[in-house]
Design a protein around this ligand. Structure first.
Ligand code: SF4
Ligand code: SF4
Length: 91
């Protein structure tokens, strides 16, 4: 499953910084709020999260456990692999 930025509309001030800096044009301002209008274009390099002074964008990361050799050979992740975000793990 492709990971995508999470935008919290209640925190978004509509400043448009993320929309203007997104190199792939995945974001758009809709009704004054940033929206991931074209998720298929997002390459997940996190520029939008960096520029958002309101803290309205977060990018969850998936941690995959395995040896370097297993990961190189495309072995499936171990069962302990999880997706972490501030919302899911409460950190
Ligand atoms: S940079 Fe943050 S506050 Fe500004 S439009 Fe984007 S999500 Fe909203
Ligand atoms: S992670 Fe990068 S490509 Fe994806 S929406 Fe944010 S700025 Fe755009």
């Amino acid at each position: 499953m492709k990971l995508l930025p999470i935008i919290h509309p209640e925190l978004c001030t509509g400043c448009e910084c993320c929309v203007l800096c997104c190199p792939t044009h995945a974001l758009e301002l809709v009704d004054g709020k940033a929206t991931l209008a074209r998720p298929e274009l997002c390459d997940y390099e996190a520029l939008c999260e960096d520029v958002c002074m309101a803290g309205a964008i977060e990018l969850p990361y998936r941690i995959v456990l395995g040896t370097a050799g297993e990961l190189r050979q495309g072995q499936p992740p171990l069962p302990m692999a999880e997706t972490f975000s501030e919302e899911s793990d409460g950190v």
